[in-house]
Design a protein around this ligand. Sequence first.
Ligand SMILES: Nc1nc2c(c(=O)[nH]1)N[C@H]1C(S)=C(S)[C@@H](COP(=O)(O)O)O[C@H]1N2
Ligand SMILES: [Mo]
Length: 205
Amino acid sequence: MRQIKKIPSKIPTFFHEYKGTAIPDVDVAGYRLVVEGEVSNRLVLTLAELEEMAMATEVQRRFYCVNGWSLSARWFGLEIRHVVQLVRPAAEARFLRATSIAGYEDTSSVHELVNGGAMLVTRMNGEPLSPERGKPMRLMLFNKYQFRGVKALARIELVREYRPGAWVKYGYTDSSIQPFPHLAIESGEYLMPDAELLNAFEPEE
Ligand SMILES: Nc1nc2c(c(=O)[nH]1)N[C@H]1C(S)=C(S)[C@@H](COP(=O)(O)O)O[C@H]1N2
Ligand SMILES: [Mo]
């Protein structure tokens, strides 16, 4: 039986790879995002290099979690369509796989990312991303559930093959945003529960 020791008072956000442990800080000076796979122009980018690109923009958009809440904020970064133009993937490489520093991954259709204005985000509401929010860089989707939007990005690959990510393995076969009402949160920065609260959830047997 499912046991909940304590009812959370905050909206749980998710960082599977650090569940129950402290989210480590990231050394921004040593950080590099690698974009590779079936591309003619492999990219290695520092945080500053991405932020200084002329195509970088800021948008006010809402993202949706499959667990029924949504969050609107200002996001600064680079749209995936620019990343695709820069690396020039092979025609067969129709998927984009994103992997976090600690190994959480998900794979999305490049077409869906480009169409939905997906971005590599480095700032939320004008501030650099906090470790909870995916410092120093995250992928963000606005037309699909955010479990595909990998936080604390280490690597992007343009690939031929789809591979199910963490949430699809849990049984979410379709990442389309469902029409039921989501709990709407406006620009909240302090939503991440502490480790104690995360531990209050007992996994289902
Ligand atoms: N690396 C990593 N990225 C992740 C996740 C994760 O567990 N690990 N969870 C995803 C899910 S399910 C959601 S809803 C959002 C939560 O983003 P937030 O913490 O900014 O609310 O991050 C997504 N990106
Ligand atoms: Mo989520």
